[in-house]
Design a protein around this ligand. Structure first.
Ligand code: ASP
Ligand code: MG
Length: 436
């Protein structure tokens, strides 16, 4: 059984929603995971923010604007009066739920309920559409089987135990539809897998039911070897290992939610990245194997802050790094890149919520320097310790660009550079021209 996930733009208009059946073969047993219609989650986030700020008037205005869009949407999606009125009921239900939250004490719990409505709307409306055109399908509520624990970690066994019986209940049906992104948390409340989390849903379902393959359908023909918005002539990468895909997804390739790689990797489920606009294109296949001896791709991650801690006490001392790392751990701030010398250590973070506190504590261990507006450039490929020449090629390509940090050898397939964000475009282009 396959799992197919369609992102926001793939369900972004009634026409696109209808065109899903060009890709989905309704006679093949599969689970289809849908995102919210594009733009919807952003609007819901704004509605939640207005409520959290106590601005009920603004929330009401935003709700009306979004509802109007859906009124138009169903008129194009559905034709027969019977199904049009079912679509209308769906809209009325979800939007009055949003409006009625004005009467509640609004906390982060309600906020999560707000942002969950996007996937609930897209899947329910698609289900009504399938009924109208006579394609048998079952709508599976993700809130019944997708669960995260106290540390916000999804529980794959819970999915297996709760989703498999739901599938088994319908041996006569082939097409199952469910929501991406949304889940329940350890307290049974509605929660989510963070922005872009529908990919993660698909991979978790794939792992939970030991699917033969997970397909992530977006609007680009796979993961490219550089950022196509910045560099001309980028190419899709035919094959990646899970490790390479994880590095690229984390360090900037927007096409895949970074965490979604891990469940598939753990249960060895192949993941295919495919293009709804060009279904015949081969896309990117992510499996356990990878093409050897090759630089595969370059990705960039912005809004990085570098922190340098220097202390002569570090010289020949042990335990210095532990003390430094413990500061970050106390503030639940994860470190992306790290370089050390005998008298100092530099790390990068992307979450600066606790930067002030972190700096204050680090100051007790040495002098601290902060650089903001940095970008990590990540070169991914197969460069194990016995290989030579890769670092030289990379550094040769960027010899005219000031480098704040260089990290190589952390894994067999990553070389990362930290540059000023203002140098990012030139770095990406220059690497592209020299490496590919
Ligand atoms: N709708 C959610 C978002 O926009 C989840 C997703 O699309 O993957 O972040
Ligand atoms: Mg996405």
């Amino acid at each position: 059984m396959k799992v197919l996930k369609f992102g926001g733009t793939s369900v972004g208009s009634p026409a696109r929603m209808k065109a899903l059946l060009d890709i989905i073969n309704p006679a093949e047993r599969q689970v289809v995971v849908l995102s919210a219609v594009s733009g919807t989650t952003n609007s819901l986030v704004e509605i939640g923010q207005a409520y959290l700020a106590g601005d009920k008037k603004k929330a009401a205005q935003l709700i009306t604007i979004l509802k109007d869009k859906y009124e138009i949407f169903i008129k194009e999606l559905l034709a027969k009066p019977e199904f049009l009125s079912q679509g209308q009921e769906v809209i009325d239900y979800h939007f009055s739920l949003l409006s009625n939250l004005a009467n509640d004490h609004f906390t982060n719990i309600e906020d999560k309920i707000v942002v969950a409505q996007g996937e609930l709307l897209s899947t329910t409306l698609y289900h009504v559409y399938l009924k109208e055109i006579g394609v048998p399908s079952v709508l599976l509520p993700a809130l019944d089987f997708m669960k995260i624990d106290e540390d916000n970690e999804p529980i794959v066994d819970y999915i297996t135990e709760n989703l498999q019986p739901l599938l088994d209940q319908h041996p006569e049906v082939d097409l199952f539809i469910t929501q991406g992104y949304i889940c329940r948390n350890a307290y049974g409340e509605i929660d989510n897998l963070r922005r872009g989390g529908s990919d993660y849903t698909a991979s978790l379902i794939g792992a939970g039911i030991r699917s033969e393959e997970v397909q992530i359908w977006t609007d680009i023909d796979g993961m490219h070897n550089n950022d196509p918005r910045i560099v001309k002539g980028t190419q899709p990468i035919a094959q990646l290992s899970f490790d390479e895909a994880a590095e690229l997804a984390y360090f900037g390739a927007k096409i895949l939610h970074p965490q979604s790689v891990f469940p598939a990797q753990r249960y060895k489920i192949p993941v295919r990245l495919l293009n709804t606009m060009d279904p015949k294109a081969q896309g990117t296949l992510i499996t356990n194997t990878s093409e050897k001896d090759k630089i595969k791709s370059i990705a960039a991650k912005d809004a990085i802050t570098a922190i340098k801690i220097q202390s002569s006490r570090m010289l020949l001392a042990h335990g210095f790094l532990r003390k430094v790392f413990e500061v970050f751990e106390r503030y639940k701030t994860s470190i992306d890149m790290i370089t050390t010398s005998e008298v100092g250590v530099s790390v990068t973070i992307d979450d600066t919520t606790y930067l002030g506190d972190i700096t204050k504590e680090l100051n007790t261990y040495g002098s601290v320097e902060i650089d903001v507006n940095q970008t990590i450039i990540c070169v991914v490929g197969d460069f194990g310790a016995e290989k030579h020449g890769y670092a030289a090629r990379v550094l040769e390509a960027v010899k005219h660009i000031p480098l704040r940090m260089i990290s190589y050898g952390g894994s067999d397939h990553n070389l990362s550079l930290l540059v000023k964000t203002e140098d990012k475009v030139e770095t990406l282009r220059s690497l592209h021209n020299r490496l590919f």
